[in-house]
Ligand binder design. Structure first.
Ligand SMILES: NC(=O)N[C@@H](CC(=O)O)C(=O)O
Ligand SMILES: [Zn+2]
Ligand SMILES: [Zn+2]
Length: 432
């Protein structure tokens, strides 16, 4: 039995157009007006935005090894609640995703317990130690879509160059966490107004940008598709912009928190504002907005990085880096960037759907006849406060608690199946 998603508002050439969507099996069969088929389940999407399911190329699911922080089940449930149908998971698990066996375990667990599609990212180096390359060919065969040592920077240029050569031959993108340890060591926040005020060791901007510059040169020398993780500084944006102008195969991503907050916004020594890279200066934040606007920055990712409450209570210096992001990403971007006027709805939606799909050559991220039915239904009207107690994620570590936002996902469909729906859709909207 199929489904009709009735009366939703779809983005067509930047305009919202009211349409019905007929879903048969896992596929969007038809998009049209007044679609009516006996025996089909009808979901009323009147007044709701209907978009392709979001794609997040940077998520930490923590399983295997750190199940107290998150599991594949809870992390993908969190994704579904945030309107995400595809998440790429980073390899800094225990064991690290550096063997085909671990890749296969994650894929089979995701299939059995997941509420979103999981795309594993394999490690560049064994145990992410930055020394010996993994067997990327075997990792690719097992199903990784890219390689990364996210969580740590690759300190040695030769290791990065060798990795890029192998990845080029295999057609695997190299996704880089850019951090020079000799510059970043011991820092817990950005080197700037906040670190000075509190007498903390800062992480300077160059700790990131120096790797971005180095890696762009190596990418141009090897021809690899090079993707910069969670870009955060004005200099990194400039380097990527110039590389793109030269035609280099360089892409990048930005997180909602770096677009919306800077170090001067940190109210106190609260580790819910601690992440890597850190919240930078206002000037950096403005450069990220501009870079996203002009296409230097390709896509938006969450870098969803759950940690336990106990870990985050250790304070700014001792707590681990990272904040959760899947369940607040779209409401934050919609409320703070679309409603406040710096981006159109279409610009934001594309950077979370079509663009990541195009950049990583994935077959999802569009709403059209014949496409896989990965769909997010979003309430653009109701304002709600961010309350981590409501999260499906095990992680409650967010700096956005109490923010009043609009744009909350109310129903998510993965391959034609409803994987999450808000109570309101359950009781009134969906009729059998
Ligand atoms: N971003 C973070 O602050 N933390 C990430 C690691 C990472 O993305 O570098 C984590 O795994 O916790
Ligand atoms: Zn990282
Ligand atoms: Zn990360």
């Amino acid at each position: 039995m199929g489904t009709i998603l009735r009366n939703g508002r779809l983005l067509v050439n930047g305009e919202l157009v009211i349409k019905d969507i007929l879903i048969e099996g896992n596929t969007i069969e038809k998009i049209g007006d007044g679609l009516e088929i006996a025996d089909h389940k009808v979901i009323d999407a009147t007044d709701k935005l209907v978009t392709p399911g979001f794609i997040d190329m940077h998520v930490h699911l923590r399983e295997p090894g750190f199940e107290a922080k998150e599991t594949i089940a809870t992390g993908t449930a969190s994704a579904a609640r945030g309107g995400f149908t595809t998440v790429a998971c980073m390899p800094n698990t225990r064991p690290v995703i550096d063997t085909p066996e671990t890749v296969k375990q994650i894929l089979s667990k995701a299939k059995a317990e997941g509420s979103a599609r999981v795309l594993p990212i394999g490690a560049i180096t064994v145990r992410e130690l930055g020394k010996e390359l993994t067997d990327m060919s075997a990792l690719k065969e097992a199903g990784v879509i890219a390689v990364s040592d996210d969580g740590v920077g690759i300190q040695t240029s030769q290791v990065m160059k060798d990795a890029m050569k192998v990845a080029t031959g295999l057609g695997l993108p190299v996704i880089a966490h850019c951090e020079d340890d000799s510059l970043a060591e011991g820092g817990c926040v950005h080197e700037g107004v906040f670190s000075e005020k509190h007498g903390l060791k800062g992480i300077p901007s160059e700790a990131e940008s120096i790797h971005v510059g180095r890696d762009i040169l190596l990418a141009e020398a090897t021809g690899v598709h090079y993707h910069v993780c969670h870009i955060s500084t004005v200099e990194s944006v400039r380097l990527v912009r110039e590389a793109k102008q030269r035609g280099a195969r360089v892409t990048t991503e930005v997180c909602p928190h770096h677009l919306l907050l800077c170090d001067e916004d940190i109210p106190a020594l609260d580790a819910n504002y601690k992440m890597n890279p850190p919240l930078r200066s206002r000037r950096d934040r403005d450069a990220l907005i501009e870079g996203l606007k002009d296409g230097t920055i390709d896509m938006i990712v969450t870098d969803h990085a759950p940690h336990t409450a106990e870990e985050k209570q250790r304070g700014m210096e001792l707590a681990p880096f990272g904040i959760v992001g899947l369940e607040t990403a779209f409401p934050l971007l919609y409320t703070k960037l679309v409603l406040e006027g710096s981006f159109t709805l279409q610009e934001i939606v594309e950077r979370m759907t079509k663009v990541p799909a195009d950049v990583f050559n994935l077959p999802w991220g569009t709403l059209q006849e014949g496409a896989i039915a990965d769909i997010a239904v979003i309430d653009l009207e109701t304002e709600k406060e961010v309350n981590p107690e409501d999260f499906a994620s095990k992680g409650h570590n967010t700096p956005f608690t109490g923010w009043r936002l609009k744009g909350w996902p109310v129903l998510t469909m993965l391959e034609g199946q409803v994987v999450w729906q808000a109570d309101e859709m359950n009781s009134e909207g969906a009729r059998q």
